[in-house]
Design a protein around this ligand. Structure first.
Ligand code: MTE
Ligand code: MO
Length: 515
């Protein structure tokens, strides 16, 4: 009697079908997000609807493992169901398993789309998984049924040849388990931190810079006053973006301090936060370049943490280290002189994007990124410039890295062809920590004209400007220069980005056609 083989075959086909369903769903969820993965979606739904008292019980009894216990229970249930459906009703096995797969896919898809923040794409992994399961089931069972039909001699299920058990059933199982393993690793690598990020609720700041609508000039072709996170420039040396789990994140503050300490992410969130509009610039930004962005940063005032540590007066450098190993040395006196200096946790109302330093980065107004804006910040060594040198300083860039007074023409574009008459010339000017008092524009080396300025949300923010030019036919050179709040006039001296940032006037050449 080969009944054990039928049981074995049925179990393998059942488990194979389940593993293909979950594996394919997992692969798709690596793209659509972990909360769209069927088991997670089902678990999340259970968590949403389970009474507080039961949650309390689970946390009490399972502690930090409460979520693993829940996921384990769901997987255990599915495994048992797959085996039972696979073994029972031999002749109808394919139909029963297909029904089970569809039921799982349907319920999980509904669960996924009903979760907060879900979109229709949240249903895709469960549905794709169910389709794959049906396909796999078809491939495995179709051949079998056909053979049974034609032979007529042996009643179906009486005997299952060994090679069939090994071949078809195990093949299905292998495909499913591989998909599951690959999907798992893809998901847990990148997406689990993304998921943790998505769950973060940023507290409201105690104080914010005012929102100033007039900061955005209504000129086609000008950059947005606030740079959206997705188009914010990115400069770092990290080949793979560090994946830092905020629940295990710690920042160490030590060195020339009386009270070294370690602080967790949730402790940082519980401190009084500020939101400040600050323009970040890369030292590698050429004149007229786009390695610059303006964002509303939410964070803990740096002074709060330095006061907690009790800084030794001999210290003059904050040597910050990112999880990527980058070291960034900020001038301690400068950082302290800027009330907006912070350890940022938010950017434009969102937790920091992974590529912009999640979960914590430094933002210090007025200093180029390489000497101020350490991303994935995990360590602050309060030290001296004499004792230690940061990464880019070792490579010859200047220590302090003060951002140069600069301005940029966004429109018209270089070598644009224009019609004669009024042409709006517009762009930005910046000297974070000081602010912009004026912008001047000239054509073909003629007299300078004052541009009109947009509003600003802070002295640390860039400022938009515009000037209307009465264009006449011919080829023309348009130049711009800025004046800072302290009266400094932007230098015409052309310098490259090394070792202290570019200087010189931005300009465009345009052609105005004859009427
Ligand atoms: N950990 C870490 N922080 C870093 C860097 C880096 O490579 N690693 N690059 C710095 C440089 S050179 C700049 S200009 C800014 C850029 O920040 P962004 O990518 O968020 O625009 O981050 C700074 N912080
Ligand atoms: Mo930079």
């Amino acid at each position: 009697m080969s009944s054990w083989r039928r049981v074995a075959y049925g179990s393998i086909v059942g488990l194979g079908t389940l593993s293909v369903e979950l594996g394919v769903a997992e692969l798709v969820a690596a793209v659509t997000g972990p909360r769209s993965e069927p088991v997670i979606a089902l678990g999340q739904l259970i968590i949403e609807y389970v009474p507080e008292s039961l949650k309390e019980f689970a946390i009490q009894h399972f502690g930090e493992h409460d979520k693993s216990v829940l996921v384990g229970a769901i997987v255990g249930f599915l495994v048992i169901a797959a085996v039972v459906l696979g073994v029972s009703l031999q002749r109808r096995r394919a139909v029963v398993l297909a029904g089970g797969s569809l039921a799982l896919g349907g319920v999980a898809a509904l669960a996924a789309v009903s979760l907060p923040g879900a979109t229709w794409t949240s249903a895709v992994p469960s549905l794709a998984g169910a389709c794959a399961a049906l396909l796999g089931l078809g491939v495995v069972e179709r051949g079998r049924l056909a053979r049974d039909e034609s032979s007529q001699v042996r009643p179906f299920g009486d005997e299952v040849p060994r090679r069939e058990v090994l071949g078809r059933g195990l093949g299905l199982l292998a495909v499913g388990v591989s998909a599951l393993a690959l999907g798992r690793s893809l998901l847990s690598e990148a997406v689990s931190v993304a998921a943790a990020r998505a769950r973060i609720l940023l507290p409201r700041p105690r104080s914010t810079d005012p929102v100033v609508p007039s900061a955005q000039l209504d000129v086609p072709g000008i950059a947005p006053y606030i740079t959206p996170n997705r188009s914010f420039y990115r400069v770092d040396t990290a080949l793979t973006i560090p994946q830092i789990d905020p629940s295990t994140y710690t920042l160490r503050v030590h060195g020339l301090v009386r009270r070294p300490f370690v602080v967790r992410f949730d402790e940082l969130l519980s401190m009084p936060l500020i939101e400040r509009t600050i323009t970040l610039v890369c030292v590698s930004n050429p004149v007229g370049g786009h390695y610059i962005g303006n964002a509303r940063w939410l964070g803990v005032p740096l002074a709060l943490l330095l006061d907690r540590a009790g800084v030794d007066p001999r210290a003059d450098q904050l040597l910050m280290t990112g999880a990527d190993g980058m070291t960034i040395g900020a001038d301690l006196r400068w950082a302290r002189s800027q009330p907006a200096s912070m350890l940022a946790v938010g950017m434009n109302g969102q937790p920091l994007p992974l590529e912009h330093g999640f979960p914590v980065r430094a933002v210090i107004p007025g200093i180029y990124g390489y000497a101020s804006a350490c991303k994935w910040l995990v360590d602050i060594d309060v030290t001296t410039f004499a004792a230690k040198e940061a990464y880019w300083v070792q490579r010859g860039y200047v220590r302090e890295g003060r951002i140069n007074l600069e301005s940029r023409i966004d429109t018209p574009a270089p070598f644009a062809t224009l019609a004669p008459g009024p042409v709006v010339v517009a762009g930005e000017a910046w000297l974070p920590a000081e602010g912009i008092a004026g912008v001047e524009v000239r054509v073909d080396g003629g007299p300078w004209s004052m541009a009109s300025l947009g509003g600003v949300e802070s002295i640390d923010s860039w400022r938009q400007w515009r000037w209307t030019w009465q264009a006449t036919p011919g080829t023309h050179l348009i130049e711009v220069r800025a004046i800072a709040e302290d009266g400094e006039l932007q230098t015409s001296r052309v310098r490259g980005v090394f070792p202290a940032g570019a200087t010189g006037w931005d300009s465009v050449v345009v052609t105005v056609q004859a009427p």
